[in-house]
Design a protein around this ligand. Structure first.
Ligand code: ADP
Length: 773
């Protein structure tokens, strides 16, 4: 197991609380500071504003009072009769010009009909009109009733200007003469009635009872007013329901306050941004941790789920980590293994080997994969272990990572497979019959054993380039046979004609069958060369007919003479002659059968088990002495070696072979002549060469090879034959070969023949012969 990483997302989530609190504190402190400074300034301003409002009110009231005084002056002059239209025009027009808050001044008679107006030109249209509008009518009548000047409430005059009118009544000795009226432009009143200095600092408006602005406010250069520094003062009892509202323009920030605000704002933004960045960082970290945790879980699942042992070691070979499969492999718990090196968990010899390997990997920096045999709980396991250096971020080797897989079962299976494959390969090679495996689809040779290579004369490389049709001498028939075989199964076909690499036709018996290997359909062919067998069969047939034929002649003679003697009276001399013939024929028959049996025995290896030393000189002397007595026609000489030469062989058989050659020499030299028997010891070749020479009829060249075949005999020129079985020379050949020697003949027709037989002095006999014992 490997250590679970620490996850800090919960803790990190609380990290941003401290800066948040700090920021809040800073903001509160700054706020307080700001509030104190602002409060201090406000008080000062409030006082200033109070003074402005009072001054403005006084100034307005003063203006109204001054104007009213002017109207009273006119009243006085009218009562005294000193005011005519012209004087009025002159005085009033000038007054209006000096006091622009007044739009005009009118005189209305006791019927409230306007008679005069000044200035005349812009207002002449009102002359003759009655004061019938609601407010002028109300105020003018009120003035008449009370005898005191009366103001209208604000109303819109004809030009759309919001105005207030004052009506001053004129009585002479109790008679009502009329009213002087003055129209105030409210805006003009504000402009003219309040000093410019105050208007610069404040917005001045006239408001009604409800506080709503009446007419137009007079604005200074400021834009926004401070609601806290806004005050309304009434314009006194004379002007009903009208008040002056003065609203102070908000002052620009003091530079230090402004700087403080900017700094506070910057601080707040900075802290906010930092916190946002911190939050983002924490979120990213959280995600990274989640990803790490996911990876950890995945890695852990892989580590614990795999059957492969996985381990990590430090530079000293101590285990840093080992998974469950690794712990099983080492036969201990992961906790017990971690912190130890291999010496603590494995047998000393295996530990030393593995640690040496680890050192090589860490020193060379190159990975290695090796098969390791380790004994765990008394059982030998084979592991395929691959090791690679474990590097840190800088690429320095800080240990080793290894993966090991238990391949014992696979290894055992491989060995068993290898063994059985070797067995089958051996069998495949050792089979004396040709064995070829073909692809059933392409019919190409996949593999051929050595016997097949020998038989066809191809190397195994060449073989694998051929198809069955390259081997067959009758491809069309081969195709049909293979198709049939693939459809039906195992078949044996004979004779089949194939050709060798040099074009020689082979007569074969082929057994074939199909099978499947690695999902590939194949077929095999076991090939046997039956040409020899056929020849042998032929030879057997020939021999049988030859034997029957050879036996028939003496048997016919014997039967004929015996029947004749049974059925006819026979003279004693005749009887003797006939019995002599029967005896001779019986002898021939016996010789024939003896020769046949001898041949058979030799073929089977009889007589060659106990080799004895044979004195060559002694053998020649014995034969010479014997044959010298056999014929009066011939002269026999024998030439034995001077020193006593001895060979290792079967004396009886050698005697028989030389006897056959000598008796042939006598028989096939009908006119007599010299017969020489000799033996030449060739020390260097390690052999002795016997020869029998005659001066007989000789052997025609075309028959010289065949005379060693069974039952082969040469007819004389006249068609007659010297009696014989045709088995003499084959027997000689068989005896020579049984001694690992050979026979041959040199001959000239009409001159004579020399038969040679070479026999090794120390024959190394083939196993087959020895086994015959
Ligand atoms: P056979 O019993 O007929 O002699 P062999 O096998 O001994 O049988 O000889 C085979 C044939 O070889 C003989 O029939 C004969 O024609 C020929 N032959 C053998 N020896 C001689 C020889 N010395 N001179 C001439 N012909 C010989």
């Amino acid at each position: 197991m490997f250590p679970v990483p620490l996850f800090t997302s919960r803790a990190s989530a609380r990290v941003w609380i401290a800066p948040a609190v700090l920021t809040a504190l800073i903001l509160v402190v700054l706020g307080l500071l700001l509030w104190i400074i602002t409060l201090r300034d406000f008080k000062e301003e409030d006082h200033q504003h109070f003074l402005d409002v009072r001054d403005a009110q006084q100034s307005l009231l003063h203006k109204l009072a001054a104007n009213r005084d002017f109207f009273l002056l006119l009243t006085e002059q009218m009562v005294e009769g000193r005011l005519d239209a012209e004087t009025f025009q002159h005085k009033a027009a000038r007054y209006v010009a000096d006091n622009p808050e007044l739009i005009n001044i009118t005189w209305a008679d006791h019927d409230f009909i306007i008679r005069w107006t000044a200035p005349y030109e812009p207002n002449k249209q009102v002359l003759g009109l009655k004061l019938s509008l609601a407010e002028p009518e109300r105020a003018s009548r009120l003035a008449r009733q009370t005898g005191q000047p009366a103001y209208t409430r604000p109303f819109k005059v004809i030009q759309g200007i919001v105005a207030v009118e004052i009506y001053v009544p004129v009585f002479r000795e109790g008679d009502f003469l009329g009213t002087f009226g003055g129209i105030y432009s409210l805006e003009g009143l504000l402009r003219n009635g309040i000093s410019e200095e105050i208007r610069e600092r404040n917005q001045a408006c006239l408001v009604d009872d409800s506080g709503s602005v009446v007419g137009t406010c007079v604005a200074g250069p400021g834009e926004r007013t401070d609601p806290r520094l806004t005050q309304v003062l009434p314009l006194g009892a004379d002007v009903p329901d009208l008040g002056l509202r003065l609203a102070r323009y908000r002052n620009g920030w003091a530079w230090d306050l402004w700087l403080l605000s900017v700094l506070s704002f910057a601080l707040a933004v900075g802290v906010g941004w930092s916190m946002w960045a911190l939050r983002r960082y924490l979120r990213a970290q959280e995600q990274a941790e989640q990803a790490l945790y996911d990876n950890y879980t995945l890695l852990n699942s892989i580590l614990e789920g795999t059957n492969n042992a996985i381990f990590v070691k430090d530079l000293d070979g101590r285990y840093l980590l080992v998974n469950a499969a690794g712990a099983r492999m080492l036969g201990a718990s992961a906790e017990a293994i971690v912190g130890q090196d291999d010496r603590g968990v494995l047998p000393p010899e295996a530990a030393a080997r593995i640690m040496e390997l680890d050192r090589q990997v860490m020193a060379s920096g190159e990975g290695q994969a090796v098969d390791l045999e380790i004994e765990v709980d008394g059982v030998l396991h084979t592991y395929l272990s691959s090791k690679n250096p474990f590097r840190d971020r800088q690429g320095r080797i800080i240990g080793l990572i290894g993966v090991a897989r238990d391949i014992s079962a696979r290894k055992r299976a491989e060995e068993v497979l290898k063994e059985s494959e070797a067995k089958y390969r051996l069998l495949f090679r050792a089979v004396t019959d040709g064995l070829i495996i073909f692809d059933a689809e392409t019919r190409k040779v996949l593999e051929a054993n050595e016997a097949a290579c020998r038989l066809y004369g191809y190397t195994s490389e060449k073989f694998s380039q051929l198809s069955v049709y390259d081997l067959s001498a009758e491809p069309e028939r081969s195709k049909q046979r293979i198709d049939a075989m693939l459809a039906t199964g195992l078949v044996r076909v004979s004779p089949v004609y194939h050709k060798t690499s040099d074009g020689t036709i082979l007569t074969l018996e082929i057994s074939s069958g199909s099978f499947t290997w690695n999902e590939q359909r194949l077929f095999f062919a076991v090939i046997r060369d039956i040409a020899e067998q056929q020849k042998l069969d032929q030879m057997k047939d020939d021999m049988l007919s030859a034997v029957s034929h050879e036996m028939r002649t003496p048997l016919t003679a014997m039967l004929g003479f015996a029947e004749f003697m049974l059925e006819n009276p026979v003279e004693p001399d005749q009887l003797k002659e006939y019995l002599g013939i029967i005896c001779k024929e019986t002898g021939r028959l016996k010789e024939l059968i003896d020769n046949l049996l001898d041949l058979q025995r030799l073929r089977a290896g009889f007589g060659m088990s106990d080799l004895q030393p044979v004195d060559i000189g002694e053998l020649l002397r014995e034969l010479g002495t014997f044959f010298a007595r056999q014929s009066s026609l011939h002269q026999l000489s024998w030439d034995a070696p001077q020193t006593s030469a001895v060979l290792l062989g079967n004396r009886e058989l050698l005697h028989q072979a030389l006897s056959n050659l000598l008796s042939n020499a006598i028989r096939y030299s009908p006119e007599g002549g010299l017969i020489s028997l000799s033996a030449r010891v060739e020390v260097e070749e390690g052999q002795v060469v016997f020869s029998v020479q005659d001066q007989g009829q000789g052997i025609p060249p075309e028959s010289r090879k065949q005379i060693f075949s069974r039952f082969f005999r040469i007819d004389n020129r006249d068609g007659t034959r010297v009696g014989g079985s045709g088995l003499g020379l084959p027997l000689v050949k068989e005896i020579a070969e049984a001694h690992a020697g050979r026979v041959w003949v040199e001959s000239e027709e009409g001159v004579g023949s020399t038969f040679y037989m070479s026999i090794p002095l120390r024959p190394k006999l083939p196993q087959k012969v020895k086994a015959g014992s």
